[in-house]
Design a protein. Structure first.
Length: 282
């Protein structure tokens, strides 16, 4: 049909794109009329969208489009059935707290379930794990599907991250570390934490600052592994001890890192029999 709808709509399966496609299948051919179905949140104007809806409506193309939309509706219905089943299973699990979690305003994504996961996860876990930077309800659910909610299976957080393959696998010979690469595993929880680490790359938080500092020194792959391990340790401690997440801003992280660096320098100078003296910068 030579329509350029994808040039003016960021997602053709969104509200604007599907409305226009369904109207085309119902017989509407006027580009101005089709463009008028745009959602008010759409960035492009009616005139701009109308220019991309001028094409040749051939029967074979309309037939193919109709089948594609019907398949889309079938898959969408099946996904909704899965979401309904997941919600039913979550409601049947034992709760560790009866407290009600306050609703948060978060932008819904296409990959999100059709119901709010946060209250169910809060009741099952006894703490709000979605507060951790990089983790959303969907990611937390993936991790819990692999680990469960009982963290007593791992004695410490180090055992937990080692089980996932996020800790360094040091190969030592003659007292010298030859390699410290992590073990390659197909652990789904590890993959979820690495995605969470990548998602926090641009976050203005302590975890985001930690990732960017390591990326500048070690490169992205090692920084993602290290940040995923950091998130996994926080996840373990929160779930095991039922503690709340302590947020840390980028400024707080930088200040703590500088203080730690200064302390290490002072200790190093003391070992060498020296004293560090601050200088005034003019």
């Amino acid at each position: 049909m030579n329509l350029l709808l994808d040039n003016v709509v960021s997602d053709i399966t969104g509200k604007t794109g599907l409305k226009i496609i369904r109207e085309i299948l119902l017989g509407e051919r006027s580009s101005i009329k089709l463009a008028s179905y745009r959602d008010k949140r759409c960035k492009n104007s009616i005139e701009t969208i109308a220019k991309s809806l001028q094409g040749n409506y051939r029967n074979e193309h309309l037939f193919t489009l109709k089948q594609a939309v019907e398949l889309y509706d079938i898959y969408d219905e099946k996904l909704n059935d899965c979401d309904t089943t997941i919600e039913k299973c979550l409601s049947q699990l034992d709760k560790q707290t009866d407290q009600v979690l306050k609703k948060k305003k978060r932008q819904k994504k296409m990959s999100d379930l059709n119901f709010d996961l946060s209250p169910y996860l809060y009741g099952i876990c006894g703490t709000d794990l979605t507060e951790i930077d990089g983790l959303n309800g969907h990611t937390v659910l993936k991790v819990l599907a692999e680990t469960g909610v009982n963290m007593n299976k791992w004695k410490t957080a180090k055992h937990f991250v080692s089980w996932m393959g996020l800790s360094p696998d040091n190969k030592i010979s003659g007292g010298k570390i030859l390699s410290s690469k992590t073990v390659k595993t197909k652990n789904r929880a590890k993959h979820a934490f690495k995605l969470a680490a990548f998602a926090s790359a641009n976050a203005k938080s302590g975890i985001g600052a930690y990732y960017r500092r390591l990326r500048a020194r070690l490169g992205a792959p090692k920084a993602i592994n290290a940040t995923a391990r950091k998130i996994a340790v926080i996840f373990y401690n929160m779930l095991k001890h039922k503690t709340a997440y302590k947020t840390q801003t980028q400024e707080e992280y930088d200040q703590a890192y500088n203080q730690r660096l200064l302390k290490n320098l002072n200790n190093r100078a003391k070992q060498l029999g020296m004293v560090m003296v601050p200088i005034e910068v003019t």
